[in-house]
Design a binder for this molecule. Structure first.
Ligand code: UDP
Ligand code: MG
Length: 317
């Protein structure tokens, strides 16, 4: 008996993209079934992340027409990462392998077959790696690559040029469910699972319909979350900074003392005001970084659920 594959697709206001994505994903699923690589029970699982457009209506109609299309509706917009986790936790109940892919299909649907092959070769997790980012805008490409470098310099283990297009076995999904964090950054968590991994390189395409649901604000929030959830280096940096600023102050004090002895005392207003601002700035910055971590402790300590599922469209409904 071959394995049941679920394809988890988070969707936020994707009414323009869904009519293209649903048939394309269904074709891919059908062809893998025909080749006997996955079970005929395999299914697509769309997660409606609190969309305000016709996303849910489209999903309901698709489910009515074909039971291999399933859907989960979250009661509010919880963000891509939480929507993905919600999908994985529902998919885990009835599948042996799960692939997550964005609704805009910028990630290559055909790479899923290779992912399944790697799984059959013994990999528990298969990462989709973007071969090049030629199709991304210059801004998106440079900010994303800068971010990966920054994460690496902070000591966070990530897979270069991998976003959330990946295959996970049941075992990997089970292990992931043991992680109870509220500040979710899946790309950082999954390499921690310590399971056998593989990679599939693909070319990333352009979004065919609708707009990016990841504006700069959400991108910065994801990046900050990625750093502060996995690294305490920023706090250390603040400490180092404080040390160097103190050294500079000491040097300035020696200079002032020497000038005083030499008799050419300056009025000193500029240096005074500058140092007040400088130190004030550093203190605020440090407080901000510390506050970020304290905030994390606060939100983690509440153990609040990340999402609330409103409806699930399952087989036989
Ligand atoms: N998405 C989501 N919730 C959000 C924002 C985005 O579920 O709050 C989904 C979106 O529908 C898409 C995926 O996350 O399937 C990635 O978003 P998008 O393609 O817009 O991001 P980009 O490729 O521009 O980074
Ligand atoms: Mg996209």
């Amino acid at each position: 008996m071959s394995d049941v594959l679920s394809v988890v697709v988070p969707c936020y206001n994707e009414e323009e993209m869904l009519p293209i994505s649903i048939p394309r994903l269904k074709d891919m699923l059908g062809s893998l079934m025909d080749k006997g690589k996955i079970s005929p029970e395999s299914f697509l699982l769309f997660v409606d992340d609190g969309s305000r457009d016709k996303t849910w209506e489209i999903l309901c109609a698709a489910h009515e027409a074909d039971e291999s299309v399933r859907a989960v509706k979250l009661s509010a917009n919880c963000g891509h990462q939480s929507a993905l986790l919600a999908g994985l936790s529902v998919a885990r109940e009835s599948s042996d392998i799960s692939v997550s892919i964005d609704c805009d299909l910028q990630d290559d649907v055909n790479a899923i077959e290779t992912m399944v092959d790697r799984y059959h070769e013994g990999c528990e997790i298969v990462f989709g790696i973007r071969g090049s980012r030629k199709k991304d805008s210059f801004f998106k490409r440079s900010t994303a690559q800068g971010f990966y470098r920054l994460l690496a310099s902070m000591g966070v283990k990530t897979v270069y040029n991998h976003a959330d297009f990946r295959l996970m076995s049941k075992k990997a999904m089970d292990e992931l469910s043991e992680y109870k964090e509220t500040n979710l950054y899946l790309r950082g968590l999954i390499p921690l699972l310590g399971l056998k991994t593989g990679e599939v390189v693909y070319e990333r395409g352009e979004r065919e319909a609708g707009e990016s649901k990841y504006p700069l604000k959400k991108m910065i929030a994801l990046a900050l979350n990625g750093i502060t959830s996995f690294s305490i280096k920023p706090i250390r940096l603040v400490m180092h900074l404080g040390f160097w600023v103190l050294l500079v102050c000491l040097a300035a004090a020696i200079y002032a003392f020497v000038s005083y002895i030499g008799g050419n005392v300056e009025k000193g207003w500029t240096s005074l005001i500058l140092s007040i601002w400088f130190l004030g700035g550093i203190q605020l910055l440090s407080l901000g970084i510390i506050g970020e971590y304290v905030g994390k402790i606060y939100s983690e300590s509440k153990h609040r659920p990340l999402y609330h599922i409103e409806t699930v469209l399952e087989k036989g409904e």
